[in-house]
Write a protein that binds this ligand. Structure first.
Ligand code: 13P
Length: 254
């Protein structure tokens, strides 16, 4: 199937994998996925495994992402990691505003937009996450919530920066629950997000932005989700932790 945008599949390992486990997985992925050219493949290990994974994927078709970064460049910010330090390990992507960080670290749209701008300035590609909770969906507020997150967490980006940015629609109720949004539910929100992007930056730019779906993506639902016109990839949690399931998702997305 020909798509207007290149599919991007990213594995968000969250707070999992020792260095040894991380290496084991990426060695396998490197072997299994060596022939894939049609998909941008990204792994996002915890900070502690970035250096080893970076070396293990050198000269491969697998790219490296981080799961968060500081909005600041350097200084007295205990426990934080800035873009420049990520770049030391050839990190190319950074997940920003994941719902777990919005919930547990109280990250808000304004902070996420500052991080996105900092990432882009440092030539990192942000993967900016948005998505409604179950309560918000059930009370009919999905579009309102997602629009506010898009406008807020991408505030101030130029059209050129917007084009480079990857978005991830991750309905909170589908994360780690085994409940996937149906492909029709995903498509509906993805098309809506593109409409919001068009209002902000014009049709041309909106058409170029890749929007991933995330939330219980597995090998057996990836194909159906990817077949939707506005679904341009996946941000995978649990199923990215195992060689078989992640490589099958990548293969099934082509
Ligand atoms: P699961 O794939 O485990 O539902 O997690 C999705 C996610 O949060 C990816 O960022």
């Amino acid at each position: 199937m020909e798509k207007e945008r290149k599919i991007i599949i990213a594995g968000n390992w969250k707070m999992n994998k020792t260095v040894a486990e991380a290496l084991d997985l990426v060695h396998g992925l490197r072997r299994e996925l060596a022939a894939i050219k049609e998909v941008d493949i990204v792994v996002c290990p915890p900070f502690t495994a970035l250096e080893s994974v970076s070396k293990a994927i050198l000269d491969s078709n697998i790219r490296l992402g981080a799961q968060n970064m500081s909005e600041h460049g350097e200084g007295a910010y205990t426990g934080e990691i800035p873009a420049g330090m990520l770049k030391e390990f050839s990190v190319g992507y950074v997940i920003l505003g994941h719902s777990e960080r919005r919930q547990f670290q109280r990250e808000d749209d304004a902070l996420i937009s500052r991080k996105a701008a900092a990432a882009l300035t440092a030539n990192l590609i942000p993967i900016v996450c948005v998505g409604e909770t179950l309560l918000e969906r059930e009370s009919g507020r999905t579009q309102k919530v997602v629009e506010a997150q898009i406008r807020g967490s991408l505030a101030g980006l130029s059209g050129e920066q917007m084009e480079k940015t990857v978005l991830a629609y991750e309905p909170v109720w589908a994360i780690g629950t085994g409940k996937t949004a149906t492909s029709a539910q995903a498509q509906e929100v993805h098309a809506f997000i593109r409409k919001v992007l068009a209002a902000l930056h014009g049709e041309l730019i909106a058409r170029r932005v890749r929007i991933q779906y995330g939330g219980s993506v597995k090998a057996n639902n990836a194909r159906e989700l990817m077949s939707q016109p506005d679904v341009d990839g996946a941000l995978v949690g649990g199923a990215s932790l195992e060689l078989r399931s992640f490589s099958d998702i990548v293969r099934n997305s082509i």
